[in-house]
Design a binder for this molecule. Structure first.
Ligand code: SMG
Ligand code: MG
Length: 377
């Protein structure tokens, strides 16, 4: 639960959804593929007291998780938004319970909850960071670097991000592009804070290769095995000196509790979308803080909406490692908010205005929109 006072109730009149296509400044390659355009859904909750914005962080294809744009688009209109419209007047803290009868679809639920939360907090004049329990006014900014053509190109890309001031580098790895890529970055830049993310690309058969990464003194290795491999992650964690961090596997507070109990992870990546919303993210933060497990805020190439909310979440006290909260310009030439996140001395500011604390740029939003629908009672 939020550490502070509950938010006010809203009376929901309609929900607008838009599919956006935002061109990326450069292709982003992970172990499961390459993206050149970010396809994402934004949510506008219309209430009797004003509106609020959220972001559904699904991607075009179900590769990072089972969720994807048009599955989200369907379940939101067919089941989730009607359930909220039926409830009509409720507090943001009630959203997860109202949506609970629908199994899964956590990214969609998280995006809807954020829009309701933004509407409620804007109406009260309360910043999201303050509501969630933020203790910092800016957060350290790490950058996630995709797989490049070869290790030399990776060194060039990392060098450019370090020159911009990013305080932590994460490189994506996959079988065949792991030890040599990591060695190249270590050789070129010495003891920079460095971590790797496999996006589930390995199995326990690769344990010897993964153990070779121990010599690079990484902050962590993120999600080496499959989403449901909690037991195998525990086996791997016992063998590696590099801390194992889970991303895809941590789909809920319960999954986080299981992972900690099994010893599957000693660090947790918290992504609000993946766990069904910012409030569940706070609960996982609280669990990990009480267990002495460090957490950091993951990213899903968010627009200015989710990026503002991520900065607020990452300002909670248990977020002791830099998050994937880069400047908007790391991904986009034109964001959909009027003041996109910028890098200042390696940090990103936590917005202080009401709600998300960012304003939508209606022209940029319209230009990026490829599909739009409004659901009302
Ligand atoms: O938003 O900076 C960001 C992206 C960070 O690498 C990132 N996200 O597995 O952590 C992850 C990936 C998920 C998206 S991959 C397309
Ligand atoms: Mg990851």
């Amino acid at each position: 639960m939020p550490v502070t006072e509950p938010a006010a109730s809203v009376t929901l009149e309609a929900v607008e959804l838009r599919v956006l296509h935002l061109p990326l400044v450069s292709p982003f390659t992970t172990s499961f593929g390459t993206e050149t355009v970010r396809e994402v859904i934004v949510v506008r909750a219309r209430t009797t007291d004003g509106e609020g914005w959220g972001e559904i962080v699904t991607q075009h294809e179900p590769s990072y998780s089972s969720e994807y744009t048009h599955g989200a688009w369907d379940v939101a209109q067919r089941f989730l938004i009607p359930a909220l419209l039926e409830a009509r007047t409720f507090a943001p803290e009630d959203v997860a319970g109202i949506l609970e009868p629908v199994i899964g679809h956590r990214m969609v639920k998280g995006g809807l909850e954020l829009a309701v939360l933004d509407a409620a907090l804007r109406a009260q004049g309360r910043p999201l960071g303050q509501y969630l329990g933020a203790v910092r006014d800016r957060v350290p900014s790490g950058v996630s670097v995709g797989i490049q053509h070869d290790p030399a190109a990776l060194v060039d890309a990392v060098g450019a991000y370090l020159a911009e001031g990013y305080v932590r580098i994460k490189i994506k790895i996959k079988p065949g592009r792991d030890v040599a890529d990591t060695a190249a970055v270590r050789d070129a830049f010495g003891g920079i804070p460095l971590q790797v993310d496999a996006n589930s690309a390995y199995t326990l058969a690769d344990i010897d290769t993964l153990a070779e990464l121990d010599r690079f003194d990484l902050l962590l290795i993120e999600q080496p095995l499959q989403e449901d491999d909690l037991v195998d992650h525990a086996t791997l964690a016992r063998r590696l000196r590099t801390p194992v961090c889970l991303d895809e596997s941590i789909v809920s507070l319960k999954a986080a509790r299981d992972a900690l109990a099994l010893g599957s992870a000693s660090v947790v990546n918290i992504k609000a979308g993946r766990v069904g919303g910012y409030l569940e993210g706070v609960r996982i933060h609280d669990l990990c803080r009480d267990a002495g497990v460090p957490v950091w805020c993951g990213g899903m190439l968010e627009t200015g909406i989710g990026r503002a909310a991520n900065a607020a979440l990452a300002a909670l006290p248990g977020f002791t490692l830099p998050g994937d909260i880069s400047a908007s310009s790391r991904f986009y030439t034109r964001d959909i908010v009027t003041e996109p996140a910028v890098l200042e001395d390696g940090q990103v500011r936590v917005p202080t205005g009401p709600g998300l604390g960012v304003e939508i740029d209606p022209v940029a939003l319209d230009e990026a929109t490829v599909e739009r629908v409004e659901v009302r009672t």
